[in-house]
Design a protein around this ligand. Sequence first.
Ligand code: NDP
Ligand code: MG
Length: 373
Amino acid sequence: MRLVVLGATGSIGRQTLEVAKALGIRVVGISVHTRVDAALKIAREFGIEVVAVTGLECVKPTALENVKLVTGERTVEQLVKLTAPDTVVVAVPGIAGLDAVLQAYPYVRRLCLANKESVVVGGRYLKRLLRDAGVEVLPVDSEHSAVLQLLEAARPVKVILTASGGALRDLSLEELENATVSQVLAHPNWQMGAKVTVDSATMVNKGLELFEAMWFFNLAPHQVDAAICRDSFVHAAVVFEDGVVKFHAGFPDMRVPIAYALTKPDRRWKGRVPELVGRSITFEPVPFDRYPAFALAKEILRERDTLKVGYCVADEVAVDAFLKGKIRFGEIYRMIEKVVESVEAADLDSWEEIEEALEATQRISKDVMRRWK
Ligand code: NDP
Ligand code: MG
């Protein structure tokens, strides 16, 4: 297998490289956003020929031999054209993931998607593109990988994703409002990039994952939900008509779903096997007062497409503002709500419509941000 990893210096990116090494998969190219030095270190370690730098217009010529640096326009497309991979892992955060997918997909057979914003924003349009191109798309997100492994020929009645509750699950509602960046970034079960860790604390992440589950498995809004499983031992449950519920369980370790996405239908990763005796499994409902952004996502599931784009874009702008100390934690939700309220409801079927919706919601989000307080 020839593998390209987009976002190779991130949490998923690094774990993908580790899995590739353990399974003897050849990594032929990587992308990073700005951290060129870290990228060159990886290139040296893995004997990678091409490195794409997506966030810099130009990079000083490197002293490193045998590594080609790609920058400027459509860097991801240049990278996949030069390296001819059969599999690409998209581990780029946020809405930028959509652009990465759009540049990469015509050149690959299998796309392993860690990024969720790309499917929320790309929606039906993206699905059509990938289907017409004959690209196999597999989820890396642990819950969705679990669902994929649980599904069978029979249609499920319901798919339930689990949520840890994030770093702030035991704070009082008052403390929640003013939670600090370092409190938010201390996730109990997973080591992840900053955006997705903040999204876990607000549970915007689980909201996006409901959309993601509908996208991957062709489910209707009433067929997807979430429950809290504090230790993330169960990743998802699938309910069938005969009353059977199948769970996918195991220690939380992203290398497992990454390896499954890379090697499906094989199961080649050697993981730690849990002792089941003495272990209890508990699911709790998601409290809407604590996670209003999740409640909002559930409402939007039934709405027109532009509202989902608004939700995604507003979250990205609000999380960035929170991480920079410009707004309080509690304000992330209120900003998203304000933006979503202002978005004109419409469905999105073409790239032009998606682009327009992205521009409009970015404009609204920046406006809301400017006039905040
Ligand atoms: P990180 O923030 O750890 O890593 C981001 C990677 O992408 C880095 O290589 C970074 O490069 C690069 N990058 C950053 N910004 C951009 C941009 N605008 N355009 C292109 N590349 C960029 O993120 P994670 O690995 O945690 O998450 C990646 C994706 O996977 C997200 O969509 C997340 O929701 C999803 N995911 C993550 C999980 C996890 O356990 N981490 C679990 C499930 C899903 P540089 O180092 O140069 O900045
Ligand atoms: Mg997940």
